[in-house]
Design a protein. Structure first.
Length: 381
């Protein structure tokens, strides 16, 4: 083995998690070609990489084969562009999903996720200081809710995607046996405080759901610890939530929910145009826009249904949705980790079209492949 290849293999985990970091910080830079080349390089370790065609891999191939056939009937290049964006799912399934991670490598992945999350927490604090200093020089006095609104814009990360990454990192870390409990608890509470700062309702709901699943299903957690964690999170959440005017405003604001319901209604009407095979992406977007404006007499800038399941059904029909759900739900041995992953995916996809951005595709593809490959965690009876 050449020295260069050996050095690359020694840091392959760092390169892999580094790809997640880059996809979060620079959403539009990552392309499926870069993902493919990186995965090809870091998984040259033939001893731990075993190619096999499992049921999940087969369904993924069927899914992409169906998308290829469906888009071949469309003359618009936008559909092919979206299909190209989804390619990391296929790439990760046949690289990360087939690589046998050692216990040490699993621990390194969890530790790197902790480092990345803390980096963004510190970056947020630094941005707040700079924004506050700029406002102070200009004599502008703003309440804390202003910073909750402006910081994600300054950093360039949409809060739902940010919360999506934090919650996926959380279940990876709390289910890693080689990480100390104190480290897990500190990360859990710091992440919770940060999610409160982001004021993403869905991310907070998912966080509490994950903690509840862990407290109920993890037999290694004592009753005292369960009560302590639940009460502490509840008290902190109620106290900070009551002090944050921005969070309270978002919690009480039903305008966004009402607007999404109207988009869902328009999307369902678009599905009915071709519910079996879908309408393809260009035609699907046009139909959502048409039915929305027809029912509401309002013109919008963005007609994204904010629902990944509906988005797939509009574009690729019931067949596309079934194939997507097939490889997502299938798992050889269901464990707590994958159950929590499905919970995060279901809630997040129900309220956001996560796969419409390259960052969302990379995160989904990596964690899906990594969790699908890992059967060492506690099984669900």
């Amino acid at each position: 083995m050449s020295l260069v290849k050996k050095n690359i293999l020694n840091i392959k985990i760092e390169l892999l998690v580094g790809l997640l970091f880059i996809s979060i910080l620079f959403n539009n830079i990552i392309s499926p070609i870069i993902v493919f080349l990186l995965c090809l390089i870091i998984f040259l370790d033939k001893k731990n990489y075993v190619f096999r065609l499992s049921y999940k891999n087969s369904i993924v191939c069927l899914f992409f084969g169906y998308l290829l056939i469906r888009e071949s009937f469309s003359s618009d290049i936008k559909g092919w562009s979206y299909l190209f964006r989804l390619l990391p799912i296929l790439i990760f399934i046949f690289t990360v999903g087939l690589y046998k991670f050692s216990k040490n490598e699993e621990k390194r992945i969890a530790l790197l996720l902790i480092i990345i999350n803390y980096f963004f927490y510190v970056l947020t604090f630094v941005v707040i200081l700079f924004v506050h200093y700029d406002n102070y020089k200009r004599g502008v006095k703003l309440d804390f809710s202003y910073y909750q609104w402006i910081v994600p814009i300054k950093i360039g990360i949409h809060p739902p995607y940010w919360g999506f990454f934090i919650n996926l990192s959380l279940i990876t870390i709390i289910n890693e046996n080689k990480i100390r409990k104190a480290v897990k608890l500190i990360f859990c509470f710091v992440s919770f405080l940060f999610l409160l700062f982001l004021s993403s309702r869905v991310a907070l709901f998912v966080f509490f759901g994950v903690v509840l699943i862990e407290l109920v299903l993890n037999n290694q957690i004592t009753i005292k610890t369960r009560l302590f964690v639940f009460v502490l999170l509840s008290v902190i959440g109620v106290f900070i939530g009551s002090q944050s005017s921005y969070l309270l405003k978002k919690m009480k604001n039903n305008e966004g929910v009402s607007n999404r319901l109207k988009l869902w209604e328009a999307s369902i009407e678009a599905v009915n145009e071709n519910y079996l095979f879908g309408n393809s992406i260009p035609e699907g977007r046009f139909l959502i826009k048409y039915f929305y404006e027809k029912n509401n007499k309002i013109i919008k800038d963005n007609y994204d249904p904010h629902n990944q399941f509906l988005s797939f059904t509009v574009n690729y029909g019931i067949i596309g949705l079934i194939l997507f759900a097939g490889f997502l739900l299938y798992h050889e041995r269901l464990n707590i980790l994958y159950f929590e992953f499905l919970f995060i995916i279901f809630i997040s996809f129900l309220t956001e079209s996560i796969l419409n951005r390259q960052m969302g595709v990379i995160l989904f593809a990596f964690f899906l492949s990594y969790f699908s490959n890992n059967n060492t965690y506690k099984l669900l009876k």
